[in-house]
Design a protein around this ligand. Structure first.
Ligand SMILES: CNCc1ccc(Oc2cccnc2)o1
Length: 351
């Protein structure tokens, strides 16, 4: 009603103004996510300027970028693409551009529009939409992936010369609560919720860890680990919660302790990581975070087959990364709260 009055340049009655203002401050919504093969990534339907694309929600980066009609036609094949010219709400930010590199060596670049973006029922009326003009070959073959929606902190958004905000930062002040949650499942659809915590999606209690935002990431300190039924080892390790990374990357000594309990496990330099016999009965991995035990079932650590008998491990070393990465192998055992309040924190509960 508020928009209707505005459309006809008529001042809305006070109660309509107040109701609209209150509604704007209590958005909340749920969007489904669907895993790609081996739970390598999880894709969510998002409407951009009225056009629906399947995006990889990534708490490890802060750019919302999409395949677009600005790309070579051959590279668009098999994808849903954003066409700014067919959106009635797109506004070109012609002075802005972006380029991003991910930890797996893939990347993309392009130009920027402002447009309406809807996730579940949560609406950003003017969100920076980074339209790709070029994407790396690694992306091209992931034909279900039409781009990424970054959910890290806007301080690491790559748009220049005018840095832009993430979808979450754009809508945060209008959400009922300044948070979103990730409910990733093994081999089945899950959800991301914005603005509320759905208590039916976890068991027990949520334990929280303080987040250090200085690197623009959901960065926290894990305080220990255990392998299977083994004793807990108290050792702090700097970590991030990253829905855009497939595996669980840990300090080398923890990785060695884990695979030391697996007959036939080996570091296979030709595969670039640890492998296990596919018929292994793998031990659980327990991370101590926020003073509580968070368990990844051993079966989740048999990530994907390499051959008849050899399988790639879901736990790998964090060498060269600079911190540990709690990626999907870990996150899909948990219900995760990304709390963007004035003292940001991450919460973990058993699904
Ligand atoms: C070959 N992978 C392409 C691709 C899909 C999603 C992403 O993005 C990533 C990759 C690694 C870490 N974080 C985000 O790259």
């Amino acid at each position: 009603m508020s928009k209707t009055y505005a459309k006809y340049a008529v001042e809305a009655p006070t109660d309509v103004k107040v109701a609209a203002a209150n509604a704007a401050a209590s958005q909340q919504g749920e969007v489904s996510n669907t895993p790609e093969a081996h739970d390598q990534s999880y894709l969510c339907p998002v409407t951009v300027g009225g056009q629906t694309l399947n995006l990889d929600f990534d708490t490890g980066s802060a750019d919302l970028w999409v395949y677009s009609t600005l790309m070579p036609t051959s590279e668009q094949r098999g994808h849903s693409v954003y066409n700014p010219d067919s959106s009635s709400s797109s506004n070109a930010q012609s002075d802005n551009s972006w380029t991003i590199q991910y930890s797996d060596g893939s990347g993309a670049s392009g130009t920027v529009y402002a447009d309406k973006v809807v996730v579940g029922s949560v609406t950003a009326t003017s969100q920076a939409v980074e339209a790709a003009t070029s994407v790396s070959s690694a992306f091209i073959k992931e034909t279900h992936n039409d781009g990424l929606l970054g959910l890290a902190f806007s301080s690491i958004n790559t748009v220049q010369p005018t840095q832009q905000t993430t979808f979450f930062d754009t809508v945060k002040s209008t959400l009922a609560k300044p948070l979103f949650t990730a409910h990733l499942k093994k081999g089945a659809p899950g959800s991301y919720d914005f603005g509320y915590i759905d208590t039916s999606k976890y068991t027990g209690s949520i334990t929280y860890a303080h987040v250090d935002t200085s690197n623009g990431l959901w960065e926290f300190t894990a305080s220990g680990y255990a392998v299977g039924s083994g004793s807990t080892v108290a050792t702090p390790y700097d970590s991030i919660a990253d829905t855009g990374t497939s595996l669980l990357y840990l300090p080398t000594e923890i990785v060695a302790a884990y695979y030391g309990e697996v007959n036939g496990a080996m570091y296979d330099s030709s595969q670039g990581g640890y492998t296990v016999p596919c018929d292994s009965n793998l031990p659980d991995f327990v991370a101590i975070i926020g003073g509580s035990r968070h368990t990844v079932p051993g079966s989740y650590i048999n990530y994907a087959p390499i051959s008849e008998t050899s399988c790639f491990g879901g736990i790998q070393a964090n060498d060269g990364i600079g911190h540990s990465v709690f990626g999907d192998v870990f996150l899909k055992s948990q219900f995760v709260v990304f709390d963007g309040s004035n003292s940001p924190r991450v919460g973990f509960a058993k699904q």
